[in-house]
Design a binder for this molecule. Structure first.
Ligand code: XMP
Length: 505
């Protein structure tokens, strides 16, 4: 546990659930997202927010209000679907009503939740509360009730979304709710570092930690936190060259880490990964096999160094979003992040022998921790790169030849985007398993299609495809088809997340 006070956000499937969690953290209170079907409440929970969601409360099998939410005796705020659940629970009725999407005018009673009596708020609902049972209205919009409260209990509901920046006074509303929860608001990344360092010391004691470092910000920050918590002789940092990294990545990683005083051992395990991936085309199977090879190598290295694996710990850079997307609790499994769902990693986790100092943080929070720890900006600001590497950007089977082709293409894409100073969050090419007909010189060609993906995001949970200037795309396409043998067609991915994910597999 990294905080003595926290808020639980109960997730009913809203696209804004992550945003609620982030807003609460920005207000100095640690927040934890939990599935409506798998709640876990303890004495550190000072308040509960019920998220919105796509269902209707009157549907059979609609996600329900867990009785423990109201029994926990802490303030509760329902947002959109969350408000309608509260209305239903307290004897009111919710029915299909006049739909309200986008900015709506709200008239509010005098109440600490509202910074002003008239404001505009972001709405996105088709159902409305037509009677309120034991609740009373405290705000209204053109279509009816916009906010409710219980006359005697600290239970509130809002039909609009205070977490969205388009809602005037939304931040103040959440702040005021945190005040009602008696939260001190002392959570900060500095405090987080102190807590996590203590947690690592308590967990590891005098034992040994092996840290797997990819060179990305997540694993480097985890390693730095271990270095802060433990003696140098307790830590063994290992960089595994999977053969699936970007061009020259391994050399760069070792150099950058030694420049910040972190000695790291490097092992070239390309042949093991290629062997494990031979003929594998299914994304989940690729991820599983890659995860297994990582663990094999880690355990073998531990044995070689005489670190008894029963007493030792494995440190990795897992993020909060990795856990959520890999189906933490009852969240839907989107894709198995190699560092989460591999059964071998699960064994380590079940034995309490995984150290994952970032597992409560979003990506941009990890970057902020990196800055606080003094990591160079060039490392902190690096674009994310997935553990399974280029294997999940080569659709279909993975061969060393395809990897080498994609490495060249990747270097070209990144070079051109950087030269044009495109401020992307993540940018990469994907090698497709289709060949198409083209004309090169005066002759017929039948070569690979490459898709370019450039996205903007804050934490990788949602992402927008970027409107990269045509001139830049044109240069990429022209260089690619001229300089890279084997490619005669380049396409640009114009899908956001959701519905797509950032990676293609
Ligand atoms: P998706 O594709 O799920 O990706 O939208 C969200 C972010 O996570 C990265 N990603 C991974 N990172 N192991 C990782 O360490 C993985 O298995 C993995 N899969 C996706 C992805 O690059 C993006 O930044």
């Amino acid at each position: 546990m990294t905080s003595t006070e926290r808020l639980v956000i109960v997730d009913y499937g809203s696209q804004y659930t992550q945003l609620i969690a982030r807003r609460v953290r920005e207000l100095g209170v640690y927040s934890d997202i939990q599935s409506w079907a798998a709640l876990s409440l303890d004495e550190t929970v000072k308040g509960i927010i019920l998220s919105g969601g796509p269902a209707s409360v009157y549907d059979t099998n609609a996600p329900a209000l867990d009785a423990r939410v109201l029994q926990h005796n802490v303030p509760v705020l329902g947002i959109c679907y969350g408000m309608q659940l509260l209305v239903q629970h307290f004897g009111g009725t919710v029915k299909p009503g006049r739909k309200e999407y986008g900015q709506q005018d709200i008239t509010a009673s005098t109440h600490p939740l509202f910074a002003q009596p008239l404001f505009t708020a972001w709405m996105s609902h088709g159902d409305s509360a037509v009677s309120l049972g034991n609740l009373v209205p405290i705000a209204s919009s053109a279509s009816g009730v916009a906010a409710v409260m219980h006359p005697t209990k600290p239970v509130y509901g809002v039909q609009f979304h205070p977490e969205v920046t388009h809602t005037a006074g939304g931040r103040e509303l959440l702040q005021s709710f945190l005040g009602i929860c008696n939260c001190k608001g002392t959570w900060s990344l500095d405090a987080y570092i102190q807590h996590v360092v203590r947690d690592i010391q308590q967990a590891v004691g005098m034992e040994q930690v092996m840290a797997l470092v990819s060179g990305g910000v997540d694993s480097t920050v985890s390693l730095m936190l271990c270095s802060k918590a433990l003696q140098p002789e307790q830590i063994y940092a290992l960089h595994v060259d999977t053969g699936l990294l970007r061009r020259d990545e391994s050399k760069l990683v070792v150099n950058v880490l030694s420049s910040v005083g972190i000695p790291v051992d490097a092992v070239d395990a390309s042949s093991l990964f290629y062997e494990a991936l031979r003929g594998v085309t299914q994304p989940e199977e690729k991820r599983k096999r890659i995860g297994d090879v990582f663990v094999d190598i880690a355990e073998k290295k531990m044995d070689e160094r005489g670190i008894h694996s029963r007493n030792s710990y494995l440190c990795q850079g897992t993020l909060y979003t990795d856990l959520i997307e890999s189906g933490k609790g009852h969240a839907a499994l989107i894709k198995s992040h190699h560092n989460v769902n591999s059964p071998r990693i699960k064994e380590w986790r079940d034995q309490g022998r995984l150290i994952e100092p970032n597992k409560d943080l979003f990506k941009d929070e990890v970057r902020a921790v990196g800055r606080l720890l003094g990591l160079p900006e060039a490392l902190v600001a690096r674009q994310p790169f997935p553990g399974p590497g280029l294997a999940i950007r080569i659709i279909g089977d993975v061969t060393p030849e395809k990897v080498s082709l994609l490495q060249k293409i990747d270097a070209l894409v990144v070079q051109e985007l950087d030269a044009a100073a495109v401020a992307y969050w993540q940018a990469f090419p994907v090698l497709l398993p289709v060949k198409t007909v083209g004309v090169k010189g005066d002759g017929h060609s039948y070569e690979h299609v490459v898709a370019i993906r450039v996205v903007d995001s804050i934490d990788g949970m949602t992402a927008d495809w970027m409107k990269v200037p045509y001139g830049v795309l044109q240069k990429i396409s022209s260089r690619m088809t001229n300089e890279i043998a084997g490619v005669n067609r380049v396409v640009y991915d114009i899908t956001s997340k959701p519905p797509a994910t950032i990676e293609w597999e």
